[in-house]
Design a protein around this ligand. Structure first.
Ligand code: HEM
Length: 450
């Protein structure tokens, strides 16, 4: 994005231009969603996958298998879709593809979208978010951010994460004392990662509920086909989040602490380069949102799987199986992120298939995790699976999840602490999955722990 576009976007921050917002919704949400519904009815398997995930968060395994049978890529109406582990990996690491969907071009619709985008709020999928930035900017930003998010920094957080888990479990235990079921998501699965990521980013205790609310309301921003009311709510939330984040970063600049955000504000690389203000705000926002909107799903999804496989859970509690491997198996079997999209930027060949510039590619991460070429009995949940760690739940290539080590550590600590305290935890009636599509997990998960 050119500096002038950046400035004009900055100038528009906080102003909800109604005509532009309506155009953004029509072209970005309503039209594609209607087109997908039509194509799905005509037999397009990608359309059917999207429609299936609108109806339920259950993975459409049969559709995944049919897409896989079509070869390295299934030629969908909207994209080339792959459900093969090896092809997904190749797509994600190809220098000839970029993240995001669509190229800038001169067609009237693209110009209209460009105009409408001028008043769009910053979000996880708007520049300069790491998720949609490509080299050389991506390489520079990622190098700086990884200097702060080191494996050592994550290991230093382990002890604190264990303390947080025990404190939350004390609270859960006292709430359960009355004999009623307790919502595991609210009291534990969401509370733990939000506390950890807020400590990482130096967010004061009193402001944590605000952050959690922002995350929950903004999570559908990754989805397609939002109704207008919901779309407006998401955009309003993103705007408020942006304003709050700017204030918070100002605060950290004025009085830095020993948290990772204070380090990120100050960090420079060997040539003295640093993150620009827009990059800093975007990265902090992404880390905050990605830091708990996905990990909550890992903890929730894994707890359900373990409750449904009590013999495997007992082996873990007894120390006969590895918690870390169980975390990876849960990520493989019921991943928090369904898929990701890419666009081909120059004519290329992937998995032996020639692909033209401009083609959109859909990488079904959840389907790659069930590829029988890589995982024996892929539809069996098995915490002793030797290659469980080969899943693609954290994506791959240069956009490989920056928080993977943190998420794994949090998942391991959270699941171990929960099940060591309540080895006989059972699911109670009233569980409800989230209504987001790309992000997959539980919104409500009542459990009995007595
Ligand atoms: C179980 C938990 C998590 C899952 C399943 C997950 C999944 C993912 C996926 C699939 C991507 C790449 C998307 C793509 O290729 O288009 C990604 C990127 C990212 N994740 Fe995570 N994530 C998790 C936890 C976290 C945490 C705790 C953080 C906090 C540090 C985090 C920060 C990021 C960032 C900053 C990126 C962008 C990296 C880039 O584009 O270079 N994630 N994550």
């Amino acid at each position: 994005m050119s500096p002038s576009t950046r400035l004009s976007r900055a100038a528009h921050q906080g102003i909800a231009h109604p005509a532009q917002a309506l155009t953004r919704w029509s072209l970005g949400q309503a039209l594609p969603s209607a087109a997908i519904a039509v194509r799905a009815r005509r037999g397009d398997l990608q359309g059917q996958v999207i429609r299936a995930t609108h109806d339920s968060q259950e993975l459409p395994l049969e559709l995944f298998a049919r897409i896989r049978e079509a070869g390295p890529f299934y030629r969908g109406h909207f994209a080339l879709v792959t459900a093969h582990h090896a092809v997904v990996r190749e797509v994600l690491s190809s220098p000839d593809v970029q993240s995001g969907i669509g190229l800038d071009d001169d067609r009237p619709i693209a110009r209209l979208l460009g105009w409408a985008g001028r008043s769009a709020p910053m979000g996880p999928l708007s520049e300069p978010s790491l998720l949609v930035t490509e080299p050389p900017d991506h390489t520079r930003m990622r190098k700086l951010v990884t200097r702060v998010f080191t494996v050592r920094a994550v290991e230093r957080l382990r002890h604190r994460t264990e303390q947080v888990a025990e404190e939350l479990l004390d609270e859960l235990e006292s709430r359960a004392a009355g004999g009623d079921p307790v919502d595991l998501i609210d009291t534990y699965a969401a509370a733990l990662p939000v506390t950890v990521i807020c400590e990482i980013l130096g967010v004061p205790l009193a402001e944590r509920p605000i952050v959690r609310r922002f995350g929950t309301l903004a999570a559908p921003s990754l989805d397609l086909g939002l109704p207008l009311v919901r779309f407006r709510q998401v955009e309003r939330t993103l705007r408020e989040f942006d304003a709050w984040l700017r204030d918070h970063i100002e605060q950290v600049r004025r009085s830095p602490g020993d948290d990772l955000l204070s380090q990120l504000v100050a960090i420079r690389d060997d040539d003295g380069a640093r993150l620009s203000d827009a990059e800093l705000i975007s990265t902090a926002g992404l880390v905050l949102a990605a830091g708990f909107e996905t990990t909550v799903n890992l903890i929730g999804n894994a707890s359900v799987l373990l409750a449904n496989h009590p013999e495997q859970r007992a082996a873990l509690v007894a120390g006969d199986a590895s918690w870390l491997r169980a975390v990876d198996e849960a990520l493989r079997f019921d991943p928090p992120v369904l898929l990701t999209g890419r666009t081909v930027v120059r004519d290329t060949e992937i998995a032996g298939v020639p692909i033209r510039r401009g083609r959109v590619l859909t990488a079904l991460l959840a389907a790659a995790n069930r590829d029988p070429e890589v995982f024996t009995d892929p539809d069996t949940f098995d915490v002793t699976r030797e290659n469980a760690g080969d899943h693609l739940a954290f994506s791959g290539g240069r956009h490989y999840c920056l928080g993977a080590a943190l998420a794994r550590m949090e998942g391991e600590v959270a699941l171990r602490a929960l099940h060591e305290r309540f080895p006989d935890l059972t699911l109670a009636p009233g569980a409800r999955r989230r209504d987001t599509r790309i992000l997959r997990g539980w919104a409500r998960l009542p459990v009995d722990v007595a």
